[in-house]
Ligand binder design. Structure first.
Ligand SMILES: CC(C)(COP(=O)(O)OP(=O)(O)OC[C@H]1O[C@@H](n2cnc3c(N)ncnc32)[C@H](O)[C@@H]1OP(=O)(O)O)[C@@H](O)C(=O)NCCC(=O)NCCS
Length: 256
């Protein structure tokens, strides 16, 4: 569980030269913030993001996107020592956000249900989280490779759902790491988790330059991290929603 892994301060992390360090930040949303609080947080994100947030039909979707943006902003303020108005995001042609003017800083955001994650590294990273919901396993036939399907259906029915989500989030973390999203068809590569740490097979060949890790954050969720690196040291930190709100509303952070 996350409490056993957490370290509450975002400030305790430092870059280490020579090693691929991934900093993973976790935020659990309570969805109890008032509309007034949410509205007072909007000036801290870009106009484009604000517009997107205000268009969501469901409040929970708006909260996840808003807090994902605030989480990466606080992370960049603490770790890269930028001020909020120095933080500008651009997107690649497939929509992956990147910090403008900082080619060596990479991050990725994921949110689902109550969880928001943000990964920060010096090399491309991808992160995914999904609420585990009962599903007909036929959905795997649309997205999984032959090898993954063989692995999935070799398991008893009671084990298939958790394996499905493990493979699914690992695959999503990979397509988010490379930045293509679903423009990279999910059945064109294989994630092998048949014993030992997960690895990827591209064109049938094991590729050791991509790192994967899953974390047991919550029994109702599956999450996965992917980094463009042979090996990684991952630092896992959690931040409270109230801490994030206070950070932005304390008057010390500039609005945009
Ligand atoms: C980009 C993509 C990976 C988004 O996946 P998702 O599961 O819907 O959403 P996530 O919470 O994981 O990620 C959303 C974040 O990814 C980032 N993102 C957007 N495009 C991206 C891309 N091409 N590459 C990497 N990251 C991207 C953004 O920061 C986005 O945050 P925002 O929406 O708050 O701005 C996309 O490929 C997709 O829509 N996947 C399908 C999801 C699906 O069908 N899930 C079924 C679950 S079983």
């Amino acid at each position: 569980m996350i409490n056993e892994m957490q370290n509450d301060s975002l400030n305790e992390i430092t870059w280490e030269d020579g090693a691929q360090i991934v900093q993973l930040f976790a935020l659990r949303l309570s969805f109890t913030s008032s509309l007034e609080t949410i509205q007072s947080l909007l000036p801290f994100v870009s106009e484009d993001k604000k517009e997107r947030i205000l268009k969501f039909r469901l409040q929970e979707d708006a909260h996840r996107t808003l807090f994902g943006d605030l989480l990466i902003r606080k992370t960049l303020i603490d770790q890269i020592h930028l001020t909020n108005n120095q933080i500008q995001f651009t997107e690649n042609e497939f929509g992956k956000p990147h910090l403008k003017g900082h080619e060596n800083i990479h991050f990725n955001i994921a949110h689902s249900g109550e969880w928001v994650f943000c990964a920060l590294a010096k090399k491309p990273v991808g992160v995914d989280v999904e609420v585990i919901k009962p599903r007909n396993m036929d959905v795997a036939k649309r997205f999984f490779s032959e090898e993954e399907l063989e692995h999935l259906f070799s398991k008893s029915e009671s084990d298939q759902l958790s394996l499905f989500y493990k493979i699914w989030t690992l695959k999503e973390s990979y397509i988010k790491m490379i930045g293509k999203g679903l423009h990279c068809p999910l059945n064109t590569f294989t994630i092998d988790i048949n014993g030992g740490p997960p690895y990827i097979k591209l064109n049938g060949e094991r590729n050791n330059s991509v790192y994967f890790k899953t974390f047991p954050i919550d029994p109702k969720y599956q999450m996965a991290l992917c980094a463009k690196s042979f090996n990684c040291a991952v630092t896992f930190l959690s931040i409270q929603e109230s801490e994030l709100i206070t950070h932005f509303l304390s008057g010390q952070t500039d609005v945009l």
